[in-house]
Design a protein around this ligand. Structure first.
Ligand code: ATP
Length: 198
């Protein structure tokens, strides 16, 4: 019988908090790429947001689990939180490549990151090890993935939401419940997560 290559999705981010845009991107990838499993990987500290102080890893993991509850093939991987420091994708991808040498690894990213890929750490090795996948932002154009990166655009349905918008709304007492799954909204309120953050 022919051996089918395992398809593993890797989705890293601050997830501060997990929101409907993340869920949409994950669902698009699961469906369109026929992933066997998707790992959600919260960063300790994003290299692109050196001045941000995300809420604690424990709270972000909790929200992420709530956002993806019921999706059997979605798993939260805490390796970047455990590693600490700045979370470089290449280090995480290397771990996966060693543990799953025969799998096809796909990294999910937001459309805004696509033109910036050449600036990612160890870009050549990264481009060698993974394929990328993105959904255009609302009204955005599908630029080519910059060489040497390989990537594809997913259809998905763009959702105009960002974590920083949600944090600002929560801080200002504005509604944010429509931007996150209901269980996430409830946990943000109960844990008073973004109430007095800057
Ligand atoms: P912030 O507003 O704090 O910058 P964010 O909403 O972009 O955060 P991250 O956790 O940093 O959230 O995002 C993780 C990944 O998900 C990134 O690759 C980001 O581009 C992508 N992403 C975030 N929001 C959306 C969205 N609405 N649609 C598609 N991709 C998204």
């Amino acid at each position: 019988m022919m051996r089918v290559q395992t398809r593993i999705g890797l989705f890293g981010g601050s997830f501060d908090p997990a929101h409907n845009g993340h869920v949409m991107l994950a669902d698009a990838a699961l469906a369109e790429l026929a992933l066997d499993v998707l790992y959600l990987i919260p960063a300790a500290q994003s290299p692109f947001k050196p001045d941000d102080k995300p809420v604690g890893g424990g709270a972000r993991v909790k929200l992420l689990r709530l956002a993806f509850a019921g999706r059997e093939n979605c798993k939260v991987d805490e390796r970047e939180l455990q590693r600490g420091g700045i979370s470089y994708t290449i280090e995480t991808v290397r771990d996966y490549a060693v543990r799953h040498p025969d799998a096809e690894l796909t990294c999910l990213i937001g459309a805004d990151h696509v033109p910036l890929l050449p600036q990612w750490r160890e870009a050549d090795e990264l481009a060698d090890l993974v394929v990328f996948a993105a959904v255009p932002r609302p009204g955005g154009v599908r630029v080519d993935f910059p060489a040497p990166f390989r990537g594809r655009w997913l259809r998905g349905v763009p959702v105009d939401v960002s974590a920083s918008d949600i944090r600002a709304r929560a801080r200002e007492g504005q509604p944010f419940e429509h931007l996150v799954p209901p269980t996430v909204a409830e946990a943000i309120r109960n844990l008073k997560l973004y109430a007095d953050q800057t």
